[in-house]
Design a protein around this ligand. Structure first.
Ligand SMILES: Cc1cc2nc3c(=O)[nH]c(=O)nc-3n(C[C@H](O)[C@H](O)[C@H](O)COP(=O)(O)OP(=O)(O)OC[C@H]3O[C@@H](n4cnc5c(N)ncnc54)[C@H](O)[C@@H]3O)c2cc1C
Length: 440
């Protein structure tokens, strides 16, 4: 069976959903292929139930998602109405919202369908082979968008990619978990009390973690402890523990890392119950259905956006969206070594220059355009960037913006009957601005 669409989107996370919706709204015949049974990617399957968006220049489908979550009563108890940069939400609310928005856009959706190969003719991708419940079949298309997070489609299509630092080490993954029965008043008092002594939120936990290791409650001394986020009245989203040295691009590596991460969620429950006020009665309600991967393949597109671009607020002629400049970035350590943690801490806090609210960087359209396949665009976590810039742009707010750009660009290529590198960029920029994505 071969079905042919204008635009084929692989991966239904924040970037892929936004890509499919924007392409379909521009009139293209679109399909979205997702390997799990739900849309939302790491924001639903990964239990990362809080959207980090940019403080400025956030717009388009990402903002629509937050407004719709609010209208449906799906955001957390502590969210203020005019805040878009940090929005905790109910996981089920976002699952349903993506179902609705993707369906209403006219996108044809294939859940439980995994991309397993790609067929090319010369420089064009002709189809993807997918494995669904009925077996394998092909989905053909004019333009393809890789929003798999791990760059799977680009990798199958023979695009070059980078993985990790000079030794191939990536930011360590973590498995998110929900702990219920948390007394947040007590927890907040504890944090306020300890903050002046420890100097930072992460620092508060260092002594307790060291003590827990000595007492056999935790196995490893992981200094980087993002901790608990309040997402319901008594419900905490826990970002605790990293799996250092994981290779998430092989089945064996991903399996080992997943088992280790699940164990950590139980270890940290014991840790919190014993040492952290407010968590005495906490219960582990659920771990995420997968390991949260912060960094894997970074696809090499026509332009790779760099940390220097970010630090010097570089503007490109083919700008398709804006993002925050300055040196602050969230590059999690790839090893438990103290110097690796210190590097993270420096980039995120002490030496980091926060973004100038009056200025901005731009992402060039060429950053989404594949080098080899003429009908391939790349958006989301696997974007064409160096590690420091990927670490800043991998949050869901930016992923939705990148996805929307890719979807609109794909629709433009179909409409103009041209390869993705040759679409009329000023027209794309104008479409995006009309749809809430400020660019030039
Ligand atoms: C532990 C952790 C905590 C985080 N915390 C936050 C936070 O608090 N706030 C925030 O905004 N961001 C956070 N992030 C970052 C954010 O969640 C991700 O970077 C973001 O979801 C990436 O979006 P994406 O659409 O590019 O990829 P993903 O969300 O990974 O979505 C990719 C989709 O592609 C699908 N897919 C992959 N391969 C295939 C295939 N072969 N066939 C079919 N489908 C496929 C996947 O199933 C998935 O649904 C966190 C990340 C991690 C790991």
């Amino acid at each position: 069976m071969q079905i042919i669409y204008d635009v084929v989107v692989a991966g239904g996370g924040p970037a892929g959903c936004a890509a499919a919706i924007s392409a379909a709204r521009q009139g293209a015949r679109v399909c979205l292929v997702e390997q799990t049974a739900m849309l939302g990617g790491n924001g639903t399957s990964g239990l990362v139930t809080q959207i980090f968006g940019p403080k400025k220049h956030f717009g388009g489908i990402g903002v629509e998602v937050i407004d719709s979550l609010r209208a449906r009563g799906g955001v957390g108890p502590t969210v203020k109405p005019d805040v878009y940069w940090w929005v905790p939400y109910q996981n089920e609310a976002l699952k349903l919202l993506w179902d609705d928005m993707v369906s209403e856009s006219g996108t044809e959706l294939y859940l439980c369908t995994k991309l397993i190969d790609v067929e090319k003719a010369g420089a064009q991708i002709r189809s993807m082979t997918v494995a669904g419940p009925e077996g394998c079949f092909k989905i053909g298309g004019k333009v393809f968008i890789d929003t798999t997070g791990d760059g799977v489609l680009s990798c199958f299509a023979g695009e070059e990619y980078l993985l990790g630092d000079e030794n191939g080490a990536t930011q360590a993954p973590s498995m998110e978990a929900y702990y219920a029965n948390v007394d947040f008043d007590k927890f907040s008092e504890f944090i306020q009390r300890e903050l002046s002594k420890a100097g930072s939120y992460v620092g508060i936990f260092h002594n307790y973690i060291a003590k827990a290791v000595r007492n056999g409650v935790l196995r490893d001394e992981d200094l980087h402890h993002p901790g608990a986020y309040r997402i319901g009245d008594n419900l905490a989203l826990m970002n605790v523990g990293h799996v250092y040295g994981a290779d998430c691009t092989t089945a064996g590596g991903l399996t080992r890392a997943t088992l280790a991460a699940r164990k950590l969620a139980h270890e940290y429950l014991a840790f919190y119950r014993r040492y952290i006020p407010g968590f005495e009665q906490a219960v582990l309600v659920s771990t995420a259905s997968w390991l949260g991967i912060r960094e894997s393949r970074r696809i090499v597109c026509r332009v790779m956006i760099t940390y220097d671009d970010k630090k010097c607020y570089r503007k490109f002629d083919d700008a398709v969206m804006r993002f925050a400049g300055g040196s602050r970035t969230d590059l999690h350590a790839s090893s438990p070594k103290r110097e690796d943690y210190q590097r993270y801490f420096t980039l995120f806090t002490t030496d980091a220059v926060p973004p100038d609210p009056e200025d901005y960087c731009t992402l060039p359209y060429r950053c989404l355009v594949a080098r080899k396949a003429e009908n391939l665009l790349v958006a989301g976590r696997c974007l064409s960037a160096d590690r420091e810039t990927q670490a800043a742009l991998r949050v869901m707010g930016y992923c939705m913006m990148m996805g929307q750009v890719a979807g609109s660009a794909a629709a433009a290529a179909v409409r103009e009957n041209t390869v993705v590198a040759e679409i009329n960029v000023p027209t794309l920029q104008a479409w995006l601005r009309d749809d809430g994505i400020v660019n030039i």
